[in-house]
Ligand binder design. Sequence first.
Ligand SMILES: [Zn+2]
Length: 225
Amino acid sequence: MSDSWIVLLGAPGCGKGTQSEFLASDYGFSVISVGDVLRGGKGTYVEERGRTVGELLDSGELLPDAVILNLVRSELNKLGPKEIGKVLFDGFPRTVGQAEGLSSLAKEFGRDIDLVLNFSVGDDIVVRRILGRYKCAGCGKVFNDFFLHPVVSGVCDGCGGVEFERRTDDNEVALKRRLFEYHEKTGPLARYYSNAGVLVDVDASLSLDDVRDAARNILNKKERE
Ligand SMILES: [Zn+2]
């Protein structure tokens, strides 16, 4: 795969994080995960609001696009001359304004957004994937009420433990709100990239390996164009 900048879009629970790891190891992309960037930049002072990134995140307020773009720029500046050719953006852009900012940023580095993979999956599948998830309290092995049962019901395959835990923030109301917000914001974003001719849909309802193959096929096809 020759040099390219790629954006991954997808709702919470679509498996985008795992796929970005696959693409990084399969093709040698440097991944810029904006969630990680924001957590790393918590002390950054936001001029117009008089507070830090951490304070705004804690208050649930949206960060100004300019602040996010500056944090992304500083991550890009950390990459070496070879690494800068292959970059994958995960969890960013979230809005059309950010996408426009990313385009300008790409130009500063003499690049373009070459491909946007849109991992699409029905909300019903996301809800079952996330709400059904639980793990062994002993060894941390992950199971799912809908997709992955222990061989013996109620007993961990990994360690034989019988205690399991569920994440408390995985409740249904919060999840449905996140999905609603996601669709509201990223609908226009998908149209923006579709109009730019770089958007390709990936069916993310398939197994992780099938989604990985589908993404690889898209990248290899792009390479031959
Ligand atoms: Zn276990």
